[in-house]
Design a protein around this ligand. Structure first.
Ligand code: AMP
Ligand code: TRP
Length: 337
């Protein structure tokens, strides 16, 4: 990261829970890679956030390394930018406590994800699930991030981070940058292949509903062939009446850069079979090089761990500066070094 350029700073995080889908790739990871050209980026594997839902320890460990390798494979540059694991920078948790003391119970009670997740896991409505948005605010504010690329489901948490930052600045004087959300370009919401009115999600029990970043060519083709469409046989973009076809068009547009009218013209008079094969082929062409790179990187565990060690050190340097400033502002006694 060049101190001289003073580019705007980005922070984002993704939880290491399972293998990312095509939705994660088009909605998040691919943008993360593109944003590196214009911003100073910090990208984080949010392992502490994953603990809000019960994890198998060995899986969590493996997924954290695997997700790091995938981020490298999609083109995250760990030299120009910072790639790290959340738990490797303890300052996030330190700041989180102080921010929690400046966040209201009522604010956290209003978070829709808390309500959804507590309904989904009624046997494990833990304190971490409730205070999760405070840790997320800490992740963002600790680096004074200007911009935070997040999916729709995280915008409420980002709003809360802004509210916490604003309130803290009012009470203790200018401390935090108020972060802005970064909404990815149109077409960033990929829907389920089997129920196209639902978002594509790796936690869907139907494996045919999603494409995983690790699916091989045959699996990708098979899943697209089975994708739910409709009976009128026209490749036409209409999310309300033709959600399945529109979703496939969104994926095709995202990979080819073509507009919806161009895609409609390309497949006019052709059946869904040809269209689905074309979508499958562009997906395979885009994902296969990432998979080859992933295999190469995963074979070199020492490299991946080296990246994370360096990332944690550089992130911690920035984060510790903020924590020290915050300690001073709120009146925690600091001894001279
Ligand atoms: P999640 O897997 O839900 O934790 O999401 C990780 C990131 O991927 C977030 O930025 C989400 O907004 C994004 N994401 C997840 N699923 C999709 C999808 N089906 N379409 C687009 N983006 C998605
Ligand atoms: N909560 C985010 C998710 O579930 C992941 C995340 C954690 C994050 N910390 C963040 C995203 C900070 C953006 C900024 O997808």
């Amino acid at each position: 990261m060049s101190e001289l350029l003073k580019r705007k700073r980005i922070l984002s995080g993704i939880q290491p829970t399972g293998t990312p889908t095509l939705g994660n790739y088009l909605g998040a990871l691919r943008n993360w890679a593109l944003l590196q050209n214009s911003y100073d980026c910090l990208y984080m594997v949010a392992d502490l956030h994953a603990l809000t839902v019960r994890q198998v320890p060995a899986d969590l460990r493996r997924n954290s390394r695997a997700l790091t390798a995938l981020l490298l494979a999609v083109g995250i540059d760990p030299k120009e930018h910072i790639l790290f694991v959340q738990s490797h920078v303890p300052a996030h948790c330190e700041l989180s406590w102080i921010l929690a003391c400046n966040t209201q119970f009522g604010e956290l009670s209003r978070m829709t994800q808390f309500k959804d997740k507590s309904a989904k896991h009624p046997d494990n409505v833990n304190g971490g699930l409730f205070t999760y948005p405070v840790l997320m605010a800490s992740d963002i504010l600790i680096y004074n991030a200007d911009l935070v690329p997040v999916g729709q489901d995280q915008t409420q948490h980002l709003e809360l981070a802004r509210d916490i930052a604003g309130r803290f600045n009012n009470i203790y004087g200018e401390t935090f940058v108020l972060p802005e959300g970064y909404v990815p370009a149109a077409g960033a919401k990929v829907m389920s292949l089997s129920e196209p009115t639902k978002k594509m999600s790796k936690s869907d029990p139907n494996v045919n509903s999603f494409i995983l970043m690790t699916d091989d060519k045959d699996t990708i083709v098979r899943k697209f062939k089975r994708a739910v469409t409709d009976s009128d046989g026209m490749v036409h973009f209409d999310t309300a009446n033709k959600p399945g076809v529109s979703n496939l068009m969104t994926i095709y547009a995202a990979f080819t850069g073509k507009t919806m009218p161009e895609i409609e013209a390309e497949f006019a008079g052709k059946g869904y079979g040809d269209f689905k094969m074309a979508v499958a082929e562009t997906t395979v062409d885009a994902i296969c090089p990432v998979q080859e790179e992933l295999q190469r990187i995963q074979a070199d565990k020492a490299y991946v761990d080296g990246v994370l060690k360096d990332g944690a050190e550089r992130a911690a340097r920035l984060a510790n500066r903020t924590v020290s400033k915050v300690h001073r502002k709120v009146g925690l006694l600091q001894l001279e070094k």
